[in-house]
Design a binder for this molecule. Structure first.
Ligand code: SF4
Ligand code: SF4
Ligand code: SF4
Length: 271
């Protein structure tokens, strides 16, 4: 289990602890006014934060890695932190919440100018706040069943699911991201700080089933699949695997399965 499960999970994976989605919990760590202010500046601060961090990393690489990287990570853990999760865990969350609101994806708007709605505010009803925040005021209230259907479709299209805090441990959103995602860029591509945990799982490939078509390799956004020329089959480099599970729908042979990360010794402590 990751650090958040230990601190906020009450014996479960932290995002399966439904207390973390409630207004009661929210009011212990924030207020409506603070959330409104945070969201009002959200897109701009994501963009500015990335540009600033990149500049400092280039200018003072040693100080950046020894001081600034851990400082940003520490700050994010307290304010806005995420974790990658597979579709099964998204469905578990949606089965347990009372409110689901579909929102515009800010990252895609910033990075490619694309307008799409693949962010879902879940749990506490935040529409009284969102209606006053220009970036999010165009929301749609939908049912959990509709959200499950949509996100299942996004899974087959190869979007990575994640869950996000807005003042940890309050959880406010489930996202479905591609490589325009600010968190993906910040953490994975540019290595500017840790802003999300890897998933609680890792994938493995059943070689009795794999026929080496490499569809899973093409799908993986984390460079975790390798083709073994000798065997003519693929392998998972578990140290790279984020446990998102989106490789699975590409496999016609049902050869990919997720294992609990804590049961795979090489990565049991790698978050
Ligand atoms: S985290 Fe993902 S879904 Fe959410 S705004 Fe960013 S790219 Fe869009
Ligand atoms: S998609 Fe399935 S069959 Fe193809 S390489 Fe991956 S695991 Fe093997
Ligand atoms: S190999 Fe791991 S990181 Fe890559 S798509 Fe599959 S589960 Fe996700």
């Amino acid at each position: 289990m990751c650090e958040f499960c230990i601190n906020h999970g009450e014996g479960k994976k932290w995002y399966r602890n439904m207390t973390n989605y409630t207004r009661e919990l929210f009011l212990q760590v924030s207020t409506d006014k603070k959330l409104k202010n945070y969201l009002s500046n959200f897109a701009q601060s994501l963009h500015d934060g990335l540009v600033r961090a990149e500049k400092w990393k280039k200018r003072i690489p040693y100080i950046y890695s020894s001081l600034i990287y851990p400082w940003i990570t520490h700050h994010q853990k307290k304010t806005h932190f995420g974790q990658v999760l597979p579709i099964e865990d998204v469905e578990y969350i949606l089965d347990g919440v009372n409110s689901v609101v579909r929102l515009p994806c800010i990252c895609r708007r910033i990075n490619s100018g694309v307008e799409t709605r693949v962010c879902y505010a879940v749990g506490m009803d935040t529409t009284h706040i969102l209606k006053d925040v220009p970036d999010f005021s165009q929301f749609d209230r939908i049912t959990a069943a509709e959200a499950k259907k949509e996100i299942k479709h996004l899974d087959t299209e190869g979007l990575t699911h994640s869950v996000w805090t807005f003042q940890t441990p309050f959880i406010g959103a489930v996202c479905n991201c591609d490589q325009d995602c600010m968190a993906y860029l910040f953490q994975y591509r540019k290595k500017l700080a840790k802003v999300m945990w890897k998933g609680e799982y890792v994938a493995i490939i059943d070689h009795d089933r794999c026929k080496g078509c490499c569809q899973c390799l093409k799908r993986c956004p984390f460079d975790a699949v390798r083709f073994d020329r000798g065997l003519g089959k693929c392998n998972i480099e578990v140290r790279n695997c984020y446990g998102c599970g989106i490789c699975r729908p590409t496999c016609s042979e049902d050869a990919l399965v997720l294992l609990e990360r804590e049961k795979v010794p090489q990565v049991a402590d790698s978050w």
